[in-house]
Design a binder for this molecule. Structure first.
Ligand code: SF4
Length: 290
């Protein structure tokens, strides 16, 4: 699998060529830095990463079997998250209570978890998520965490299904299991550390009722068998796809309509969209969002 960058005129260019000299009249980024940062390939090593398994099979299949096409302009935004993680990692190295970026693996999955925190001999798993203030409302409403509960928020399951939130719960529980097994420890609690990347001290409190720029949202513990079953099924699906190919668009199963945003996954959250259009064209199917 190779990395290709998509120029503003939709032409593809290799990272090396992009770094050496921009083929357009001027760079789409302020410098060649984003081209350097994104040039590393992720090769398929025969097992799904904890995060990768959360995606639909077609999306995973195409990301494994095709070149990865990156729009550097769009990717700059996601670098904010990477920078935030790096800062936490660098800071965590100076404390006794945090261990950051821990690589975990078993026979089924591999992945790197953000932070393991140890306070008074008890272990907590923490995952940093960058969210926009607009997204905060549903996260905090969902968990019923108001400012009054901020210091010691309690998990209250509402039964309301929110996909992104559910993905985080599944992902963190799988990391919990990998950590507990490899280290022989018990994780007492898991937290999604929501950091607002567009928080403003003057605007956000009045418009959204947010006092803080960060909220630690507790993540519920799931039954181990339930989590393992989810990951085993994802593993079986991708193995079947790698052997037989795929014949279904992701949106045929889930179009994100329930979030009021049909097509958003294809248009904004899929690195394989170009490959997808080409792949399905070959088997006689037109992409709804091409
Ligand atoms: S473009 Fe849409 S249908 Fe195609 S792989 Fe990506 S998410 Fe799936």
């Amino acid at each position: 699998m190779n990395i290709k960058y998509k120029c503003p005129d939709n032409k593809l260019v290799s990272p090396e060529d992009c770094i050496k000299d921009c083929r357009m009249s001027h760079r789409c980024c302020p410098s060649a830095m984003p081209a350097h940062v994104n040039k590393h390939t992720r090769s398929w090593k025969g097992k799904l990463s904890v995060t990768q398994a959360l995606n639909p099979t077609t999306q995973i299949y195409l990301s494994i079997n095709n070149d990865r096409i990156i729009n550097l302009q769009r990717n700059i935004y996601s670098m904010l998250g990477t920078i935030n993680h790096s800062r936490h990692e660098a800071g965590g190295a100076h404390t006794d209570e945090l261990e950051c970026e821990i690589f975990l693996e078993d026979e089924l999955n591999a992945g790197t978890t953000d932070q393991l925190q140890c306070v008074d001999g008890k272990y907590y798993l923490r995952d940093i998520k960058n969210k926009k203030v607009m997204q905060a409302k549903w996260i905090l409403d969902y968990e019923k965490i108001g400012d009054k509960d901020y210091a010691l928020p309690t998990w209250r399951q509402t039964g309301k299904k929110l996909k992104d939130r559910d993905d985080v719960v599944m992902q963190m529980n799988r990391y919990r299991m990998l950590l507990e097994k490899s280290r022989g420890i018990t994780i007492e609690g898991m937290f999604m550390d929501v950091v607002f990347i567009d928080y403003s001290p003057t605007n956000s409190p009045s418009r959204f009722g947010l006092k803080y720029q960060y909220y630690g949202v507790p993540v519920r513990k799931l039954d181990d068998d339930f989590v393992l079953d989810f990951y085993k099924k994802a593993d079986a699906r991708i193995k079947h796809a790698l052997k037989n190919g795929v014949d279904k668009f992701c949106y045929e199963d889930d179009d994100w309509k329930e979030f009021g945003a049909p097509g958003n996954r294809c248009n904004f959250y899929c690195e394989s969209k170009d490959s997808c259009i080409e792949y399905f064209k070959k088997i006689g199917k037109d992409h709804k969002y091409a």
